[in-house]
Design a protein around this ligand. Structure first.
Ligand code: HEC
Length: 148
């Protein structure tokens, strides 16, 4: 079991930074583990990636199977999964809605990126971090899936 976890973590390492248990630290991790770790291990999600819509569907389907929690818990879980088990996002071509949905940005932050890239292509993470009105700290943990 332990070695398969290590293996899963190694495969996953290219997508996000993982801790020894394989699940990335971040807002909502404990709610996710408590809510989703009852029937199967919460680590069932390791190696999977999805857009917000995909994770929303998975969570809805687990809810219909009996996962228990408040609406807020499930919102938090979808945010956690979308953030740490999300898809790559190209900040130069993704529509504003995808920036909001899949990078967990506010619409003001997404608009700031769109405005910046309209002036000139955003070349790299260093340039992205200079975009006015964007809280780059939010993106640091998921840096690996931001494309230019
Ligand atoms: C009441 C029991 C139960 C709880 C709680 C539960 N699941 Fe599941 N889950 C299942 C069962 C049963 C399967 C296998 C059936 C299947 O593959 O559709 C499964 C399969 C999965 C799969 C693999 C199949 C797929 O659809 O990709 C994922 C991912 C998953 N669960 C995520 C979650 C998440 C996220 C939560 C918390 C919101 C959760 N589960 C909570 C019962 C549960």
């Amino acid at each position: 079991m332990k070695s398969s976890l290590v293996l899963a973590s190694a495969v996953f390492l290219s997508v996000v930074t993982v801790n020894a248990q394989g699940l990335p630290e971040g807002t909502g991790k404990s709610i996710f583990e408590n809510t989703c770790g009852g029937c199967h291990g919460a680590d069932i999600v390791i190696g999977q990636t999805g857009t917000r819509d995909v994770w929303q569907d998975t969570v809805d389907s687990m809810r219909s199977r009996g996962a228990l929690g408040t609406d807020d818990d499930f919102k938090t879980i979808v945010n956690y999964l979308t953030t740490y088990f999300g898809v790559p996002v190209n900040v130069n071509s993704a529509p504003a809605k995808e920036l909001v949905d899949n990078l967990n940005l506010t619409s003001a932050e997404a608009d700031a990126i769109v405005k910046a890239r309209t002036a000139a292509k955003i070349k790299d993470y260093a340039e992205l971090s200079k975009v006015q009105g964007l809280d780059i700290k939010k993106l640091d943990p998921i840096k690996n899936r931001i494309k230019f």
